[in-house]
Design a protein around this ligand. Sequence first.
Ligand SMILES: Cc1cc2nc3c(=O)[nH]c(=O)nc-3n(C[C@H](O)[C@H](O)[C@H](O)COP(=O)(O)OP(=O)(O)OC[C@H]3O[C@@H](n4cnc5c(N)ncnc54)[C@H](O)[C@@H]3O)c2cc1C
Length: 452
Amino acid sequence: MTRVGIVGGGVSGLMAAWELSELGFEVELFEAAPVLGGLASSFDFDGFRIERFYHFICRTDETLIRTIDRLGLHDRLHWKQTRTGFFYEGRHFPFSHGLDVLRFSPLSWPEKLRFAWGVYRASRMTDWHSLEGQPAKQWLIDTLGPKAYEVVWDPLLRIKFDRYHDDISAAWMWHRIHRVARSRTSPFAGERFGYLEGGSDLLVGTLSEKTKANGGKIHLSTRVEAIAAEGNRCTGLRVGGEFREFDAVICALPLTLVPQLLPEGAPEYRSALEKLESIGVVCMILRLRHPLTKDFWLNVNDQRISFNGVIQYSHLNDDPRLEGRTIAYIPFYLDRGHPRFQYSDELLYDEYCAALSILNPDFDRGWVEGYRVFRAPHAQPICGLDFSDRVPRIRTPWDHLYMIESTQLYPADRIISGNLRLAQDAVTIALGEMGYSGRLPFPERDPSDIPA
Ligand SMILES: Cc1cc2nc3c(=O)[nH]c(=O)nc-3n(C[C@H](O)[C@H](O)[C@H](O)COP(=O)(O)OP(=O)(O)OC[C@H]3O[C@@H](n4cnc5c(N)ncnc54)[C@H](O)[C@@H]3O)c2cc1C
């Protein structure tokens, strides 16, 4: 029987493992952490299991929605109209749809109309290739106007890309606007987002259970030390100092971690991977007695506040076990070498409590029932100018070694749905090269769309 080794137990690795196990292949997955899920993993928040980082689903997340169906979880997927707000220099504004933009007083009427028209045009655009060579900043200024850029988009770019915010390609930015705008049924309706009852934990747990039920093996707290090859053929993995033979290997790690695992050879490929950059995230999650505002997503642009957004996840997924409490996430993307990445939890908590009192003057520390801080060093790939040429492919210089990672979703942002699709793409390519000719249980993509 054909044996496939999978490195990484985030949603990408788990999806590849499940798909292969469904087709009767023998799979073995290795995850370095003691829990599965990677960026989509969950923890026990004083008796309430919830994801370390917030996840919402968009109407365009087709592969995720189809996978939820295939896993028999369709009755656990719910959709909800949510509110977006904007806190700008001490004032709160609703910011959910076109009418809110027209009422947004920090912009003059011509600025608002230009902004609304620019977002509408970007959401209708489909060919992004002409944007590849343009920096997002200049494109946003040209499309939406300089004031709208300064007030609305500059903080959004900074929240996500820290010191790289000037380097991001307009194609990436366009996709981001496009994805969220398509979650509205009309320019005058708010976003409608989806969530899984039980959160991402349900997806992660079900993929893992079904893989195991199919005979797949999943090893936790088991770091892969190296990928083995003879000449240009991948032969297996080194785990716990021992060689484990596999007919094929799918590597589903952040690309920045891959070069150190690669076999000897292919110096150009290795150095191309080494040039790819990513940033980390420090994210605080708080359980509050009361909501801060009515917004699911609150953008923040205020000189006194260090972070640029608060996501009140319970306004989307108001799990009855919360009994009306609010779960709020405060993400802060930054270079993992930045001193702030190592700030103590207590220091961040003090700083954020002071900021929350600015966002809502009624807030006091008595509202906080608990908080945690999570740090992920490889949370967001940096997609610079003309990035298409640098996107690594699923096939590698070694036969039977395949690579999947969020960078391959470019110009799209890294999202679970995209990761699941990449896993299916890798399975399609691997099976083709292993001579498998049976039917696949998922729709095959147009080969020109696959970063093969
Ligand atoms: C703050 C934040 C918010 C997000 N919000 C959303 C959202 O709203 N919607 C959405 O769809 N997506 C969202 N995402 C993105 C989503 O979480 C990721 O796209 C997805 O989880 C990536 O999965 P992955 O399996 O490709 O990678 P990862 O989750 O990074 O998994 C890689 C795994 O490999 C393991 N590993 C590393 N080295 C080794 C080794 N040597 N041996 C074995 N295992 C190893 C790691 O421990 C990890 O578990 C968000 C991400 C963040 C950080």
